[in-house]
Design a protein. Sequence first.
Length: 129
Amino acid sequence: MECPPRRLLRTLVESNVLLLSSAPLLEELTDVLSRAKFERRIALLRSSSEEFVDLDARFVLVVRPVPVPRIAPDPDDDVVVGTALAAKAALIVTGDKPLLSVKTYEGGRIVTVREALEAIAFDLSEKST
């Protein structure tokens, strides 16, 4: 059975959904993937955290985050919201509980992977009718 994050990524690619990020978020991804808890998994794939970030960067449109007032409980998460606002994104998909507590931002929603899968399935079903 496919895990929800992998299923979401596959669904997004198959549905031609535009993925967006920013330089600060790609830097954070590099930092997170270089942590010891991911080292073994990445080594099994005969890859490196830098290669994963490079691959990710090829599939996303990189935008410059806009400054935002303090929105998230963790000020470091405001760059996520600033990136979404710059991209006019409908969803921020995250597992970060403090950021999830915000729920919405100017015109967009902050959701879990499962909620994103549900929203995309609903949107695709609406378009097919």
